[in-house]
Design a protein around this ligand. Structure first.
Ligand code: B12
Ligand code: SF4
Ligand code: SF4
Length: 361
């Protein structure tokens, strides 16, 4: 990272960053220290328990995630931002979850891929500050960078880590993404956020698969978000019914959180629903060809999981749907799919409707 001029007005620079972040659509920008030793201990215990499942990158990065100065040498502060994503005019989440003929897509993913929105906005913020104060050292991170984003955001006053393990802000709930700029600017820090779950435990029994094994502890291997997005192989049979109609991600633990009555709608227009993904018949989605998937999902976070995993997820939801000629036809149409992974899920789904010999009928 670069040397700072001794004349740097850190207070004015911080104010410029806050104003710049707001103008770029961020809901909040806070400044925090980088040290998170207690979170490092929790991370190591989480990895020891094997909660990361197939997410090999979590194991591989180890303590790099809790020592951001190793990722960005010279960094002394984190500028942590929040961007609200709850889309305006989205179909009612509870109503979609209650209709097993529809697919439920997590509300963060019904619009444009958030990485494509947040990364350029953070890079622009850093450039604008550079134009004001001259060159400075920084690294922009959004999601995929190996840092404990929630712990850093808590340090910077953005919010606290709830018992469901998502970050919550008192005035904005938890429907937001996080991003950071690690920097060598010695800016004045904000006080870390205090915790406000209190005696509430609503999210724990609300989890369809029992993934929140204790307050603040998530066994990702059971989490529907992990199973439908990160997990590449077969979805464990014993968890398939619990997935219900959730075909990409899961929002249940946040839907019951009382703090989400303070949540704000997305300011950024790119989070608006695309391709009616907030409430579409499962049979329609399952009928998409690979090129239709590519064409419709390009630019969406869903594109990242690819057609095979997307189809696998929908097959499970169709197995959980009420039996109907449309559901059976949709499943049978893909019984001889080229993907062995998909064929096995389609056979399982048909078995749910027709019994053990279902796949042969
Ligand atoms: C891996 C990952 C996942 C995994 C694992 C989730 C998890 N809780 O770790 C899976 C695939 C399941 C997942 C799911 C989701 N994710 Co995710 N995910 C990540 C990622 C890449 C790393 C998270 C991580 O480091 N986990 C490691 C473990 C150790 O951390 P942890 O569970 O958070 O544990 C912390 C505390 O709970 C506490 N702790 C742990 N054990 C204990 C024990 C005790 C006794 C105590 C007191 C505390 C404590 O300390 C730990 C360290 O701070 C981050 C991006 C990033 N780079 O940070 C996004 C991120 C956390 N995900 C995000 C989102 C939006 C989601 C989903 C909501 C998406 C969805 N709707 O489907 C779900 C939410 C599921 C849930 N209930 O958490 C957002 C969260 C935004 C927010 N408001 O918090 C992030 C920050 C991405 C982003 N840039 O916006 N995710
Ligand atoms: S996202 Fe869904 S499956 Fe994962 S912990 Fe929350 S409620 Fe459970
Ligand atoms: S539902 Fe209750 S316990 Fe869970 S995160 Fe929200 S406030 Fe905390």
């Amino acid at each position: 990272m670069t040397e700072q001029p001794e004349t740097l007005d850190v207070h004015a620079t911080k104010q410029a960053l806050i104003a710049g972040a707001q103008a770029l659509g961020f809901g909040y920008l806070g400044v925090g220290r980088l040290e998170i030793p207690e979170d490092e201990r929790h991370l190591l215990r989480w990895l020891d328990a094997g909660f990361q499942g197939e997410m090999g990158y979590m194991q591989r990065h180890g303590t790099l995630r809790s020592r951001p100065w190793e990722l960005a040498p010279g960094a002394v502060r984190v500028l942590s931002v929040r961007m609200d994503y709850w889309p305006a005019q989205v179909a009612d989440a509870e109503a979609v979850l209650a209709d097993p003929t529809l697919g439920y897509v997590s509300r963060y993913a019904v619009g444009r891929d958030y990485h494509k929105i947040m990364r350029p906005a953070l890079a622009r913020l850093a450039q604008e500050i550079g134009q004001r104060i001259g060159p400075f050292g920084y690294r922009v991170c959004v999601d995929t960078a190996p840092v404990l984003e929630k712990a850093l955001a808590r340090n910077a006053g953005v919010g606290w880590i709830g018992k469901h393990t998502n970050l919550i802000a008192r005035d904005a709930g938890s429907w937001f993404f996080l991003g950071e700029i690690l920097t060598d600017l010695p800016l004045p820090i904000d006080p870390p956020a205090t915790a406000h779950c209190g005696t509430c435990q609503a999210c724990i029994p609300a989890c369809p698969t029992g993934a929140i094994v204790a307050p603040y502890q998530l066994d990702a291997r059971r989490c529907i978000s992990y199973l439908t997005i990160e997990h590449k192989s077969a979805i464990p049979v014993e968890l398939r019914s619990a997935l219900g109609n959730r075909i990409y991600g899961c929002d249940d633990c946040q839907l019951v959180c009382p703090w989400n009555k303070f949540a704000r709608e997305a300011a950024h227009p790119d989070f608006k629903v695309r391709n009616a993904l907030d409430a579409t018949q499962l049979t329609t989605l399952f009928g998409w060809t690979e090129s239709e998937f590519d064409e419709r999902m390009r630019g969406s976070a869903i594109y990242r999981i690819g057609y095979e995993r997307w189809s696998r997820n929908i097959a499970v939801a169709l197995g959980n749907a009420p039996t109907s000629p449309e559901v059976l036809d949709a499943l049978r149409a893909r019984l001889s799919d080229a993907s062995e992974l998909l064929r096995e899920h389609v056979e399982w789904a048909l078995e749910q409707h027709l019994g053990c010999a279902g796949a042969e009928r």
